[in-house]
Design a protein around this ligand. Sequence first.
Ligand code: XMP
Length: 326
Amino acid sequence: NWTTGNILEEQVDRIRQQIGDARVICGLSGGVDSAVAAALVQRAVGDQLTCVFVDHGLLREGEAEQVERDFVAATGVKLYVANEQERFLAALAGVSDPETKRKIIGREFIRAFEEAELAIIAEAAAHGEKIKFLVQGTLYPDVVESGGGEGAANIKSHHNVGGLPEDLQFELVEPLRALFKDEVRAVGAQLGLPQEIVGRQPFPGPGLGIRIVGDITQERLDLLRKADAIARAELTAAGLDNEVWQMPVVLLADVRSVGVMGDGRTYGHPIVLRPVSSEDAMTADWSRLPYDLLARISNRITNEVEGVNRVVLDVTSKPPGTIEWE
Ligand code: XMP
């Protein structure tokens, strides 16, 4: 009988057996999988675990705080934070091609993560200890997918935060390898993780970087973060979080259109809402959100987010559209 309770105990036992009294490292992305994997390992081996959070500045409003404050409060985990916002902005300056953005974000992420690892390795060495293990939040569907070789066409180069450095010098701990997403959420809830983390919708590793059509600047990120926060808050207030698989909010930074506000003409950017329903993100349909909800989101974004004068709805299924715009 496969209940959440015995999944948890069994995994905790296994992790203890695998890790023994060695030290272990885990990257946190802000997402469900890495959070639950880390919380399980923390439950099993406590302070032998150090978590690493590379803040690339491309997360949504409140997400960095969720990791640095709420996750730490819920688990008591030892956390190393690398504040790398400037590094990513500099590396991405002037870049608007989607694949180039993804490659830069992936590359800088691995470098930043490796630098953090080195700092932790040095700290451990000062205590005569070695880091022997690396935790990965691999789920069962990931195992199946990568077991299938290069089968799935690589339409976009997917980059997962916490991805493996090429010259892996650690042994892997993968406590979620037998689990599906809903089981991971259940285990997370049982471990006492906050609902905002456990219930978080899928969010791409490259973050808001691939939700700005055009090049990425601090100003554009701030603007998109505000619009996204409004859209998410209204979706939640309407009680529709569970109806929607995810709702990317995209800034068309390369597009401007004419509008009117008060007595004045505006010349601002459009925001795209991309709510989709899906089972597994391989295919998706656009969500038929209630018109009054769409109206509220649109009114609030155009009123509250300076620089945005139009909100549009993406009504494309996948295929032929993808869920993300880049
Ligand atoms: P697309 O846009 O290909 O997205 O329809 C399918 C699902 O994957 C997510 N996505 C990513 N997730 N790293 C990730 O971890 C990525 O680079 C990435 N790109 C897209 C997307 O949000 C959707 O859930």
